[in-house]
Design a protein. Sequence first.
Length: 282
Amino acid sequence: MLTDATATAPTAPRATGSRRGSRVALRTAALGYLALVLVAPVGAIVWRTFAHGLAPVWRSVTTPDALHAFWLTVLVAGIAVPLNTVFGIACAVVLVRHRFPGKALLNAVIDLPFAISPVVIGLALVLVYGQDGWFGNWLVTHGVQVIFAVPGMLVATVFVSLPYVVREVTPVLREVGTEQEEAAWTLGARPLRAFLRVTLPAIRWGVAYGVVLTTARAIGEFGAVSIVSGRLAGQTETLTLLVEDRFEQFDLAGAYAASLLLAALALLTLLAMTRLRKKDGP
């Protein structure tokens, strides 16, 4: 018995050391992958942007075309994000709490922007709202221009960023259930008031994550917006289009500066949500 115990005792430290080594290797691989595909490219952009100092960067981002692209990007995102937030919450409620014919089809259609290339989305919008499209003649007759104008860019941005709030809110809403909301009904609260006062605070972080993802997608959209905008400098050019335009003109400093500005917008959105969460508590 003593011989058996003595023989098997050293295996425990070996097993522990093996597990520790596996964890270290896994962490190293994960961190190395993130550094390779995320940190290194972003770091290269930051380094190239400020390689010649701050003055060229400031001149590049304060040109009339760059300022217009910046504010147009903010405008399009500022309209698309609230629209998709309201739609996403309403659609999540419909999918979780209601049964109706075509529910599975609606659930599949919501994921359409994930499956279709943004370039194809832009082309489809041209075929629907363009001058020779389904509604083109009617729009031209009433003096409304969608394609090669800001309305078309807005529709494209709404389309490509539509699913995020829905997909973030749906599982949270399913987990919350309806018990607390039904209790509010029994106390005399109307359904809408009960939802706003009881359920909405409970799903607020699902909504917040969906808003962050929607904002990032709206700010960074290129393919669909490139097709429907016409890419007119100073008129229908967002920051993403400005980056490519300057890159094609061999204005690398301007392209890097615009890219860094795009990254800063997304980072500010994420930091704002993190700060709000800290204030709100766990």
